[in-house]
Design a protein around this ligand. Structure first.
Ligand code: PLP
Length: 370
C-alpha cells in the first residue's frame, strides 16, 4: 500500500468507525468523510460525485454493470464484450446475456480489433459495449478511446474496466465513459474496495444490491469507509505523483533483452505492442511454469502463472484469443513490477531466471527456500 493510503485508511478506522448512515452526531461526521471521499474521487475522474458508487472491488463493479445492462435492456438485446476481458466481465456477461454476447476479437498484437467493434455496433446495436483499458495478463493497452468514440457516435453506453490503467497512466478521458470500473488494491490502496462510475440520471439508477438506502439505493450495505478513504488517497497520490513511465519502460525493456539472452527459447508476449510499463508476460522453455515459479519463489521473487485471479485454472481467454497455442499455455509466466520496482530489481530477476534455467539444464536440485 502507498504510505499515504495506509495512513488515511488507519486514521479513518480510528476516527470514523461509526456507521455513515446513522443519525447521531458521530455518524454525521462519518457521512461527511464518505461524501468528501466521493467528491475527491469524482474530481480525479472529472465526473459528478453522484456518478460514483463505492463497491467491494472490480469484480463486484463488473458484475453490477452486466446485471444493470440486462435489467434495463430488452429481452432480445445483445451485448458486446472484448474477447480478452477479465473473467468478472466475461462470466457475468455470459450469465446475464446467455447466448446474446457478441465478442470483439483480440488481434495477434493483443489489442481489441476496433474495426470489428465498428461492424458489431453498426450491425447489431448492442445494449452495452464493454472493453478494458489495459489487459491484466499481457499488459497490452486497449483502444478504449476509439471504442468510446464509436459508442458515443452510435449512442450506445460504453463500459471500461480500467483496473490496470488507473494509477499507472493518465486518467484523462476516462470520466467520459458511461461506466468505469476501478479497484483500490491495483493502485496502492487497500484490498476489498473499488468503485463503479455510472451515468448520471436514470441510466445509472442501478438496483445492484437491495436492502438499505446506501449509495443512493444503488448498492445497499454499510460502506467500508476506512477502505474508501485509503483508496481515494492512493489514487490521488498516484495522480499527483505519477510514476515515471519512461524510466519504468526502459528498465522493463532492459529486463526483456536480458531475459531473451539468458533463457534461450523464451518468447515475450505482445513484445511489439504498447503495453503497461510494469507488465511482462513470457512463454518459457520447459519445464512447466509452476516449476519455474517455485524456484523463483525460493529466491524471493513473487511471479505469476498468468492472472492471479485464475490461479492457473483453465486456459487464459486473452492468450487463446491472441492465438497462442494451447500447449504453450502451461509455460506462461507473468512478471509485474510496481511503482517502487527499480532497474536493479529487474536485473536481479533476470539473473535469477538465468540461474534457474541453468539449474534445469544441469538437473541441479532447487536452492533452499529463503
Ligand atoms: N478487472 C481486471 C482487469 C483485473 O485485473 C482484476 C483483478 O486483477 C479485476 C477486474 C478484479 O478486481 P478485484 O480484485 O478488485 O475484484
Amino acid at each position: 500500500m502507498r504510505p499515504v493510503a495506509r495512513k488515511a485508511w488507519l486514521e479513518a478506522a480510528d476516527r470514523w468507525w461509526h456507521n455513515p448512515s446513522g443519525l447521531y452526531r458521530e455518524a454525521a461526521a462519518a457521512r461527511r468523510a464518505l461524501e468528501d471521499a466521493r467528491e475527491r474521487l469524482a474530481e480525479l475522474l472529472d465526473c459528478e460525485p453522484e456518478r460514483v458508487v463505492f463497491v467491494s472491488g472490480a469484480t463486484e463493479a463488473n458484475n453490477a454493470v452486466m446485471a444493470h445492462a440486462a435489467a434495463t435492456a430488452g429481452r432480445d438485446a445483445v451485448i458486446a464484450v472484448g474477447a480478452g476481458e477479465h473473467p468478472s466481465v466475461l462470466e457475468a456477461a455470459g450469465a446475464w446475456f446467455r447466448g446474446r454476447v457478441l465478442t470483439v476479437p483480440t488481434g495477434g498484437d493483443g489489442a481489441a480489433a476496433t474495426a470489428d467493434l465498428g461492424r458489431i455496433v453498426g450491425t447489431f446495436r448492442p445494449a452495452l459495449v464493454s472493453l478494458m483499458a489495459a489487459n491484466n495478463e499481457t499488459g497490452v493497452l486497449q483502444p478504449w478511446q476509439e471504442a468510446l468514440a464509436v459508442c458515443q457516435e452510435a449512442g450506445i453506453p460504453f463500459h471500461c474496466d480500467a483496473v490496470q490503467w488507473l494509477g499507472r497512466l493518465p486518467v484523462n478521458g476516462l470520466g467520459e465513459c458511461d461506466f468505469l470500473t476501478g479497484s483500490g488494491h491495483k493502485f496502492g490502496g487497500p484490498k476489498g474496495v473499488g468503485f463503479l462510475m455510472v451515468p448520471a440520471g436514470p441510466g445509472g439508477a442501478l438496483r445492484w444490491i437491495r436492502g438499505g438506502p446506501q449509495e443512493d439505493r444503488r448498492r445497499a450495505g454499510t460502506e467500508n469507509l476506512p477502505a474508501i478513504c485509503g483508496m481515494v488517497a492512493a489514487l490521488e497520490d498516484a495522480i499527483v505523483n505519477p510514476p515515471d513511465a519512461t524510466a519504468h519502460t526502459a528498465a522493463r525493456s532492459a529486463f526483456e533483452c536480458e531475459l531473451v539472452e539468458a533463457v534461450p527459447g523464451v518468447e515475450i508476449i505482445a513484445a511489439g505492442s504498447p503495453r503497461l510499463w510494469n507488465t511482462v508476460m513470457a512463454i518459457l522453455p520447459p519445464p512447466v511454469n509452476v516449476k519455474w515459479l517455485a524456484r523463483l519463489s525460493a529466491r524471493g521473487f513473487a511471479v505469476s502463472t498468468g492472472s492471479a485471479c485464475s490461479r492457473g485454472e483453465g486456459a487464459s481467454a486473452v492468450l487463446a484469443a491472441m492465438g497462442v497455442p494451447h500447449d504453450s499455455l502451461n509455460r506462461v509466466l507473468r512478471f509485474s513490477g510496481g511503482d517502487d520496482t527499480t532497474p536493479a530489481d529487474w536485473k536481479a530477476l533476470a539473473s535469477a531466471l538465468r540461474d534457474v534455467h541453468r539449474e534445469f539444464a544441469s538437473g541441479a536440485r532447487p536452492v533452499a527456500p529463503l
